[in-house]
Design a protein around this ligand. Structure first.
Ligand SMILES: Cc1cc2nc3c(=O)[nH]c(=O)nc-3n(C[C@H](O)[C@H](O)[C@H](O)COP(=O)(O)OP(=O)(O)OC[C@H]3O[C@@H](n4cnc5c(N)ncnc54)[C@H](O)[C@@H]3O)c2cc1C
Length: 263
């Protein structure tokens, strides 16, 4: 069976096609593998030519990033300095010119580096399923519809950190990805969010570590307690990159290093 490729000039048209069962090809770095492997479920595919799909706008408190924005565009955008390090460490240069932020939300573990950052930042998505936290989309990716854009709150300087732990540098698959958003009020952490990649079937929050951090000063004792609780309740991925046992063992070590860098 052949594969049809439709190019739609507007997001609304593309959304209708996706609602009718077509598969979106964004950057294509994941989905084209399936096409090339002859996956029969991909008989109808859709591309979006609407410039709004890749638009990055709003430089104040919240920045709207079109789901079709590539990692290269994010890395180069003056208002996205806090996400640039994430975008720059995703794959190699050719991949970053194709791979989109929207597609990253659908990447299977251990990929999803940008999605881990968005989860920690408390970003929201807009799309055919309305507006909702990125966390809700990550819980039910099979019923996501078409994502139009991601609304990302800009963190205050020094309150966001991200790290990718790989065995092969610089472009290896991640053993773990860690993102921490640690707002502080009066010297204490308020509204802390810690997210991991590689510690679950997709990006997940480390609620044990968050509990250890919330309301505390970011000092050595708090960091030690958060590191101890890092893997609490999580089910790490077991794959060719690292065993689940190994990921569980090192999650706290790497979280501690990230937190020390923020203290
Ligand atoms: C060699 C190689 C290295 C890689 N390295 C990394 C890495 O270091 N880190 C990492 O995180 N990932 C990595 N990836 C995975 C992938 O490239 C990225 O996750 C990328 O961001 C996926 O985006 P895409 O636009 O290419 O997705 P696509 O392949 O276009 O789409 C993937 C899936 O998401 C769906 N989709 C895409 N956009 C939307 C949308 N807006 N709304 C609804 N559904 C949508 C598609 O329909 C498809 O099912 C790598 C891949 C390869 C091949």
């Amino acid at each position: 069976m052949g594969v049809t490729v439709e190019t739609h000039a507007s997001l609304a048209e593309a959304a209708r096609a996706v609602e009718a069962g077509a598969t979106l090809i964004a950057g294509g770095t994941i989905v084209m593998r399936r096409v090339n492997a002859g996956d029969q479920r991909l008989s109808r595919t859709v591309r979006v030519a609407d410039p709004a799909f890749a638009r990055i706008s709003g430089g104040g408190g919240t920045i709207s990033i079109g789901a079709g924005a590539t990692m290269a565009a994010i890395a180069a955008h003056r208002d996205l300095d806090f996400l640039a390090p994430v975008a720059r460490q995703l794959g190699g240069p050719a991949l970053r010119n194709m791979a989109t932020i929207g597609g990253n939300l659908f990447a299977r573990a251990p990929y999803g580096d940008m999605a881990v950052a968005l989860l920690a930042l408390g970003a929201r998505v807009t799309g055919t399923s309305g507006a909702r936290p990125v966390e809700d989309l990550l819980r039910a990716r099979d019923r996501a519809g078409l994502v139009f854009a991601i609304e990302v709150p800009r963190p205050r300087p020094g309150e966001f950190a991200w790290a990718k732990i790989t065995r092969v540098h610089p472009y290896g698959s991640p053993v773990l990805t860690i993102a921490v958003h640690a707002p502080r009020e009066g010297g204490r952490l308020r509204g802390v969010r810690v997210a991991f990649g590689g510690m679950g079937p997709g990006p997940v929050r480390a609620t044990g570590a968050e509990r250890a951090l919330e309301g505390q000063p970011l000092d050595a004792a708090t960091i030690a307690r958060a590191a101890q609780a890092a893997a609490e309740g999580l089910e790490p991925v077991d794959d060719a990159v690292a065993s689940a046992w190994y990921r569980r063992e090192v999650a706290g070590v790497h979280l501690r290093r990230v937190l020390e860098g923020m203290s």
